[in-house]
Design a binder for this molecule. Structure first.
Ligand code: TYD
Ligand code: MG
Length: 455
């Protein structure tokens, strides 16, 4: 009998190889490669779950009778938005995030809301006992919600229960605690996580049950990152936030049923997560009088405008090598902007420490923030405050020219709504005049530095 081929999988990027090595060739991470045990082909969990048995049907034959029923709203608008307008029946969703960020809290609240909307919901906890989950529900004021709880880690038992109960939605908290008895490795290993996620998503598709898998993202190589699960599910949501801050972002990084990159904003309070309907107001709530280095960026997150504050500090460096520290933005992009300021505008930053921070723990990834960052850096370096009523946005090219960005109108509208009355933005930005704000449109960075900072 031929020897079975061994496979090795990286727990960070899920790349599969046939040879073990200390470093993953795909993502370059060390010590993330582990052997993947083959799934056993026997046992009841592996039996075909019925259905069409892979027989193809012409697209035109799919009658509208079989069209999926409409989405169910969770009653939590921020969650519905991230899902693309509510829960799609028979969908598989992964909710990832650091331990302690609030995943269980969010999903327990969502479970209760969906149950109140009429869905049959089962919440399976592999981490806490049913009594502990009930206590948490009571603390959240959801003690009376018609959600069924189970404390279980054996996948076979969970699938059997799901088959018998016929729920509409099952929440698995967390996928790392699940254990398939036909796979030899320990719970939390890549093989177990992959096998459990596969069984659960297959079940979701064939039985028309929506499944939410909770996954911890840890830097520790011991627990398999939920990256291996990302390919198997329809929707991947990440729950983010800084420990010292009370608000949390739910971000869609993949969504087969809606726009990706959509965010939902929540605030963690003593009695659970509360929706934040107007994130810009929250992000700007701690702003004081205009200070040098502080700039408000009119950004877009997913489909909605969000205003955030960039803060920069530029100070003579006591170190041989000046520091560049960034929180909430890309370090490489900061280096690029510093280089453009130095080479195109002859403003040196050598010998100066540069700190850049996005207030409130928000993460910004849009290149449209380039001009806001450049403004914050110059404002800090020149010790000149940007007027309090002014927002900034625009993309910067290596040549130093400024490029208009998308959704100018929405950015300005949001700024106006929040009481801002002027904006610095690239020239030729579409539909900017309609906003009724006082606009300073710039063609390039040299022109901008001269106009705004008189340098
Ligand atoms: P939890 O949902 O258990 O996190 P995860 O499932 O992602 O590991 O949330 C844990 C943190 O949230 C914990 O530090 C306490 C805090 N918390 C509140 O602040 N208010 C609440 O009402 C609840 C339930 C938790
Ligand atoms: Mg938890």
């Amino acid at each position: 009998m031929a020897k079975a081929q061994k496979n090795y999988v990286c727990s960070k990027c899920a790349a599969v190889t046939t040879k073990w090595s200390g470093r993953c060739d795909e993502c370059g991470e060390w010590n993330t490669i582990a052997e993947e045990k083959p799934l056993s082909t026997s046992g009841p969990t592996k039996k075909s779950l019925g259905g069409m048995r892979g027989k193809p049907v012409p697209l035109s034959d799919l009658s509208t009778k079989d069209a999926p029923p409409p989405r169910t709203s969770s009653g939590i608008a921020e969650l519905d938005r991230v899902l693309g307008g509510g829960l799609v029946p028979a969908s598989a969703i992964l909710v990832g995030g650091d331990p302690g960020i609030g995943k269980s809290t969010l999903l327990l609240q969502a479970a209760a809301q969906f149950a109140l909307e009429g869905l049959k919901v089962i919440y399976v906890s592999g981490e806490e006992s049913a009594a502990q989950v009930r206590m948490r529900a009571q603390r959240l004021g959801l003690g009376g919600a018609p959600v069924k709880l189970a404390a279980e880690t054996n996948l076979r038992d969970i699938l059997t229960t799901m088959e018998a109960e016929e729920p509409d939605l099952v929440i698995i908290d967390s996928i790392q605690t699940m254990w398939a008895d036909n796979v030899e490795s320990a719970p939390g290993s890549v093989s177990q996580v992959r096998a459990a996620a596969h069984e659960l998503t297959t079940f979701a598709k064939t039985r028309g049950v929506s499944v939410v898998l909770v996954g911890h993202v840890t830097k520790d190589g011991q627990l398999a990152g939920p990256r291996v699960v990302e390919h198997m599910v329809d929707t991947v949501l990440y729950f983010e936030g800084e420990r010292g801050h009370h608000f949390r972002l739910l971000r869609a990084v993949k969504n087969r049923f809606g726009p990706s990159n959509e965010i939902g904003v929540f605030e963690m309070t003593g009695d659970g997560l509360r929706e934040v309907k107007n994130p810009s107001a929250l992000f700007l709530s701690e702003r004081d009088e205009p200070a040098p280095g502080s700039v408000v960026f009119a950004g877009i997150e997913g489909t909605r405008p969000v205003l955030v504050e960039f803060q920069a500090l530029v100070a003579p460096s006591p170190h041989a090598q000046a520091r560049r520290t960034v929180v909430g933005w890309d370090g490489g992009r900061l280096a690029m902007i510093l280089a453009v300021l130095e080479s195109r505008c002859s403003i040196p930053f050598a010998g100066l420490d540069v700190y850049l921070n996005v207030a409130g723990g928000m993460k910004v990834s849009e290149p449209a923030a380039d001009l806001a960052v450049a403004t914050a850096l110059l404002s800090a370096r020149e010790d000149v405050a940007v007027p309090k009523d002014c927002v900034v946005f625009g993309e910067l090219s290596l040549s130093g020219s400024l490029r208009p960005v998308n959704q100018t109108e929405n950015r300005l509208k949001e700024a106006k709504k929040l009481g801002f009355s002027s904006a610095i933005l690239p020239a030729r930005s579409k539909a900017a005049e309609k906003s009724g704000m006082s606009l300073r449109q710039m063609t390039d960075l040299v022109n901008f530095v001269g106009e705004v900072f008189g340098a």
